[in-house]
Design a protein around this ligand. Structure first.
Ligand code: FE2
Length: 273
């Protein structure tokens, strides 16, 4: 049983509730083949920032769940908008900009999860007041929203998208730094940079879970997830979720290799040592 404290009361959340929510979020993630592991990574970044802020106990539980659930509202965004390869129309933007409020409404109906609402509702607010849904600025943005904003943007920058390859970590960090005070809370940016400098996020960027580096499709980039059965057997065949290309994978001598069948290539080394 997870315990979350809210407004002087503590609420118990059953593992089943967490499981339902996590499954729901995973199902949203699976609709966009490029976002493998996004919610897990955001959750790790949010927890890392929270630890540096001195949070502990139930606050860290909230940080973990809030990071996982931040895009819950996308459950109501149609596939053709969520996965549209080109630029969105003004109307499509209006629909996508509703997801923080939709997610917050879902949580409002679940008493045990109400305290997670700021992670969902405020994660697209900007420090300068030009974000959505409420155009809040500065300290008026709930702190969880300011934390997820940094984590979410960093993960977007370091992930390959249909229209661009992932940025190098150093370039993404300097983008985050450049946008402190406009898009991001400068205090949170500094905490995030310090956590990076300490190596807290090794094994998170371009991973989709603990010890699960994203594998690289020759055509589409690092978008292939290591599944539970592959973790058990340390091998398997897998299709790229984007181009449907077929690969074999194996874990040998401390690293994962991936290669297209019927080729004599050496495969790629994703060492976890
Ligand atoms: Fe979002």
């Amino acid at each position: 049983m997870w315990t979350i404290h809210s407004k002087g009361t503590s609420l118990k959340i059953s593992p089943e509730t967490i499981q339902v929510m996590t499954t729901l979020v995973k199902s949203i993630e699976s609709r966009d083949p490029y976002t493998a592991g996004h919610t897990w990574r955001v959750s790790r970044y949010v927890m890392g920032i929270a630890k540096h802020l001195g949070w502990h106990g139930h606050q860290l539980v909230e940080a973990e769940l809030g990071g996982l659930l931040h895009d819950l509202g996308k459950v109501k965004v149609p596939d053709q908008i969520l996965n549209k390869p080109g630029a969105l129309t003004a109307d499509e933007y209006t629909v996508i900009r509703e997801h923080p409020l939709i997610g917050a409404d879902i949580l409002r109906q679940s008493p045990g999860l109400v305290s997670l609402m700021p992670y969902i509702e405020a994660h697209h607010e900007r420090f300068d007041g030009h974000g959505y849904p409420h155009s809040l600025s500065g300290q008026l943005i709930p702190l969880p929203g300011r934390i997820v904003a940094v984590a979410d943007a960093f993960d977007a920058m370091t992930s390959t998208r249909p229209y661009r390859r992932a940025l190098l970590v150093e370039n993404a960090l300097s983008e985050i730094e450049k946008n402190q005070g406009t898009q991001f809370d400068p205090d949170i940016v500094q905490v995030f940079l310090k956590a990076w400098a300490r190596g807290d996020f090794q094994g998170v960027v371009r991973f989709s879970g603990i010890n699960r580096p994203l594998l690289e499709c020759e055509q589409c980039g690092p978008v292939i997830e290591i599944t539970d059965p592959m973790m058990e057997t340390l091998s398997g065949t897998v299709q790229c979720p984007v181009c449907r290309g077929l690969y074999t994978v194996a874990f040998d001598n401390g690293s994962w290799t991936i290669r297209a069948p019927n080729t004599s290539g050496q495969g790629q080394d994703f060492s976890m040592r």
